[in-house]
Write a protein that binds this ligand. Structure first.
Ligand SMILES: [Zn+2]
Length: 135
């Protein structure tokens, strides 16, 4: 990967984490084929184009595709053990790995979740989704 691409990649990553600080989900869209990525990618996986533009992902709800409960974690997350990490599929179709909040006994694949950013955390670890109480 050449230097220009590395710089572009770091710009996309920085924009993504800056977006989370502002409460925004920033993705990228391929201007060639229209594919949308979250987090943003500088290269389209579908058509290999590098003509990508940043865009806000406005979908804040989705479903839990899979999850795991972590009992032994890295030092920066010891205060929240045990915690849940899962893959969420947004209603707009993008899939993203995030912390999942909610009672562990209520976790199940397919459950509805909504965006819940943690202002106490920095960068990527700010991204969370919480289980939606379906009554
Ligand atoms: Zn494309």
């Amino acid at each position: 990967m050449d230097e220009k691409k590395v710089l572009e990649l770091s710009r996309f990553t920085a924009t993504y984490t800056e977006g989370l600080e502002k409460g925004l989900l920033v993705g990228s869209q391929c201007t060639n084929c229209g594919a949308v990525y979250l987090p943003p990618r500088p290269i389209c996986l579908d058509c290999k184009s590098t003509n990508m533009q940043l865009l806000e992902i406005t979908s804040k709800n989705g479903k839990l595709l899979t999850y795991t409960i972590i009992h032994i974690g890295p030092p920066q997350f010891r205060d929240i053990l045990p915690y849940v990490v899962g893959i969420v599929e947004l209603d707009s179709g993008q899939r993203i790995t995030a912390f999942i909040e909610g009672e562990h006994s209520k976790l199940a694949i397919g459950k509805r979740v909504e965006l819940s950013l943690d202002p106490e955390r920095k960068g990527n670890s700010r991204l969370r989704f919480r289980l939606v109480d379906e009554g």
